[in-house]
Ligand binder design. Structure first.
Ligand SMILES: [Zn+2]
Ligand SMILES: [Zn+2]
Length: 126
């Protein structure tokens, strides 16, 4: 699977029930809807469909690495400062990497899960 931003092959992060993908170039994470919802519920957050945010059809972004249709940008957080991308076809989601120069190479499911939870906690702040 290629990164929707950089079109380089993403690394797999295997978990007990699924696989996440991380781009070693930009650090972004690709998560399947079942995995994402499991992670959110586990952290006492609502499922993605209930988490809120505003779809911004003006914003151009990449294509779904699985279905190759254009992703939709959903904005949220304080002053809509955060955004994630989602595929309306497969429901997969893309979360941009942390703003650091060095993207951590070795990533465990636990670490990626923590990153996703903290992103969506901020995303729900108004
Ligand atoms: Zn990338
Ligand atoms: Zn898709």
């Amino acid at each position: 699977m290629d990164c929707p931003r950089c079109t380089v092959e993403m690394a797999e992060i295997p978990g007990d029930d699924g696989t996440m993908h991380r781009c070693s170039d930009c650090g972004g994470l690709w998560v399947e809807p079942a995995d994402l919802n499991r992670i959110l519920l586990h952290a006492n957050l609502p499922a993605l469909s209930a988490i809120g945010g505003w779809a911004n059809p003006e914003e151009m972004t990449g294509q779904c690495p699985a279905c190759h249709v254009d992703l939709v940008v959903v904005e949220g957080g304080e002053k809509r400062s955060l955004a994630y991308d989602t595929c309306e076809s497969c429901g997969g989601s893309w979360v941009d990497g942390p703003d650091v120069d060095e993207v951590p190479e070795a990533q465990t499911w636990k670490e990626a899960e923590k990153e996703i939870v903290s992103f969506f906690k901020d995303f729900r702040k108004k």
